[in-house]
Structures are given as structure tokens and as C-alpha cells.
Design a protein around this ligand. Structure first.
Ligand code: NAD
Length: 311
């Protein structure tokens, strides 16, 4: 046990398995009291199982820490309120919120059902909103808080997971917004995009899917090898613990990538070039744009998915 987070109370959602589990154990090892939130659903979000959350609580206690379990789903606004209140009622206040709950429903967009879309958006994006919304009031009031939300590199665009990519992109935009709303109250909001072998990323079925994508020419051999040799989730918590600590009080609205020994930071999404029409009342025509865009705005541009030859 260490004391970098002594006196702090944390909620970790999706803490029963994978990355959330490692984060919950690490925060507790640094002295934080932890609400371990996990209804124990399947990879696709079905069913419930109390065992994963109970096991993590037992492990934290065995190591000398303090933790309680919540089996509430982050997808439900009221249930999320209950999660945050449980932290305040059990431990006195809430200082740290880790939004880690997640599910996957992978299909190409033309095969996605409405339910596949709704479930993934609801657990990830709405779940992050739900918990952050309820934590924000307490954190603003006490003028201290840390909200760290799990996004994914998929936020930049991905194949076969457009619902997930959209949810994770939404989490980045949401985080950048609430960082600007809450920063002045001593509450920081950041994202981490991990890469780690869990049931989400490295089941036999997932591996077969990656190989299929490689064979279809959708990913490179280098990317395939990287995915098949993914490091474990135990590399993720140190960055999260740092961001959750007093030492990171001036880090706000940022997106970090974490993968084994590599920690990276994303650039700000800024406009890189602009063209201006000065004549004709400042209005571009189709013909102007057809001429100007390839020679100006899109110099050096590469289409991420060019049309293939007809077979
Ligand atoms: N593993 C990776 O490489 C990777 C990459 C990018 C992003 N992420 C993100 O990291 C987070 C953790 O993923 P993981 O790989 O550890 O997956 P995981 O499946 O091992 O763990 C996710 C946990 O979330 C729980 N959960 C699902 N729906 C929930 C809900 N409605 N309420 C509360 N808990 C719920 C599940 O029961 C599960 O225990 C997710 O947000 C995921 O999108 C993971």
C-alpha cells in the first residue's frame, strides 16, 4: 500500500474485469477507497453476474484496502446517480471518477441493427455522461475532482465498429467540453485510449476477425502483429493513477494513448489550412471548388478508403 491517493474516494465503472479491474486495484493500492461498479454483463452487454465486482472488492480488501461493490448499470441515468451517491454515502465524498464500462457489438455499418447502435452508444457515451453528470455536482461543490474516461484509438475512425468509434469520439468531445466547464472549479477531465489484451480485444474470435481483416487488405501485417501481441491491462493504471492525483491538477481536456511502455498524447484538433473567396460576395462556386480544393486544402491528402476496382 502507498499513499498517493490517501483520503480520496473513487468510483470505477466496468471495474469487474480487464482494464477497469486493474485501475480499481491500483487506485486502492494508492490509498483510495473505491466503489467497484460492474453488473458483470457479457462482452456484448447481455446478462448479469455479481461475481466480477465481488471478486475485485474481495481482492482490494485482502490487500488491505477499502472497497464496496455496485452492480448498477451506467446506462441508466437513475442507476448512475445511485452509483455516485453510494460513494458519497459509503465514504463521505467523491473525488475520482473513472468511466471504464464498455461493451462491443462489431459489424459493418450495413449490418448494424438499431439495437447494436443504441446499446453501444448508451453504455459508452450516455454511461459516461450519466456518471459524470452526477459526479460533477459534488465535485464542483467541493472544488475538487478528477474525471478520467476511457476512449479508444477507434475515435479517429475504425472499420467494423462504427457504433463504438462514434461512442468513443463522443466521449472525447464530451470530455473536452466538460473540461472547459469544470476546470475553474478544480475538476479536471481527461481521456485515456488504452491498448491492452482483455476479453474485448483478444478472444480467439477477435483474433480470427483481425486475421480476416488483414486478409481482406483492411489492415497491414504490421498492425495485425501489433494486435496479436497486445500487452496486458496492467500497464494502464500508472497513467490513470497519476492523472487522478493532486500532481495532475493542471492537466485538463487531454487525450492520452497508453500501450505497455508507450504513453502518447493526441494533438489538438485544429484547422490546418483555409482558402478564402474574396470576390462575388465571398461565395465559392462548385467550379471554383473543383479547381481550388485539390491544389490547396487537399495537397498531400490520402483517401483512407479509396474505391476498389470492380471485380
Ligand atoms: N482493451 C483495450 O485494448 C481497449 C482499447 C480501447 C478502449 N478500451 C476501453 O477500455 C474500457 C475497458 O475495456 P476492457 O478491455 O477492460 O473490457 P472488459 O470487457 O474486460 O471490461 C469491461 C467491463 O465493463 C462492464 N460493463 C459493461 N457494461 C456495463 C454497464 N452498463 N455498467 C457498468 N459496467 C458495465 C463489463 O461487465 C466488463 O466487466 C472500455 O471502455 C473499452 O472500450 C479498451
Amino acid at each position: 500500500m502507498s499513499d498517493k491517493l490517501k483520503g480520496k474516494n473513487a468510483v470505477v465503472t466496468g471495474a469487474g474485469r480487464g482494464i477497469g479491474r486493474e485501475i480499481a486495484l491500483a487506485l486502492a493500492a494508492e490509498g483510495a477507497k473505491v466503489v467497484v461498479v460492474d453488473p458483470g454483463v457479457s462482452r456484448g452487454g447481455e446478462g448479469t453476474d455479481l461475481a466480477p465486482a465481488d471478486e475485485v472488492v474481495a481482492e482490494i480488501k485482502k490487500r488491505g484496502g477499502k472497497a464496496v461493490a455496485s452492480y448498477n448499470s451506467v446506462a441508466d441515468f437513475k442507476a448512475a446517480e445511485g452509483i455516485i451517491k453510494q460513494c458519497v454515502d459509503s465514504f463521505g465524498h467523491i473525488d475520482i471518477l473513472i468511466n471504464g464500462a464498455g461493451i462491443l457489438r462489431e459489424k459493418m455499418v450495413w449490418n448494424l441493427s438499431e439495437e447494436d447502435w443504441d446499446m453501444v452508444i448508451t453504455v459508452h457515451l450516455k454511461g459516461t455522461f450519466n456518471c459524470s453528470r452526477h459526479a460533477a455536482g459534488f465535485m464542483r461543490e467541493q472544488r475538487y475532482g478528477r474525471i478520467i474516461s476511457l476512449t479508444s484509438d477507434a475515435w479517429r475512425g475504425t472499420v467494423g465498429q462504427s457504433n463504438y468509434g462514434a461512442a468513443k469520439g463522443g466521449i472525447v468531445s464530451f470530455t473536452r467540453s466538460i473540461a472547459r466547464e469544470l476546470g475553474r472549479y478544480g475538476v479536471t477531465c481527461n481521456c485515456v485510449a488504452p491498448m491492452a489484451a482483455t476479453r474485448m480485444t483478444l478472444t480467439e474470435e477477435v483474433k480470427a476477425g483481425w486475421r480476416k481483416r488483414y486478409e481482406a487488405g483492411l489492415i497491414t501485417k504490421e498492425h495485425l502483429d501489433e494486435l496479436l501481441n497486445m500487452p496486458g491491462p496492467e500497464y494502464i493504471p500508472p497513467v490513470v493513477t497519476y492523472l487522478a492525483s493532486d500532481k495532475a491538477g493542471n492537466i485538463n481536456g487531454q487525450v492520452f494513448h497508453i500501450e505497455k511502455g508507450r504513453v502518447a498524447i493526441y494533438s489538438e484538433p485544429v484547422e490546418v489550412r483555409a482558402i478564402y473567396k474574396t470576390e462575388a460576395g465571398g461565395m465559392w462556386t462548385f467550379g471554383d471548388l473543383e479547381q481550388a480544393v485539390p491544389k490547396t486544402l487537399l495537397v498531400g491528402y490520402v483517401n483512407p478508403a479509396p474505391q476498389e476496382e470492380k471485380r
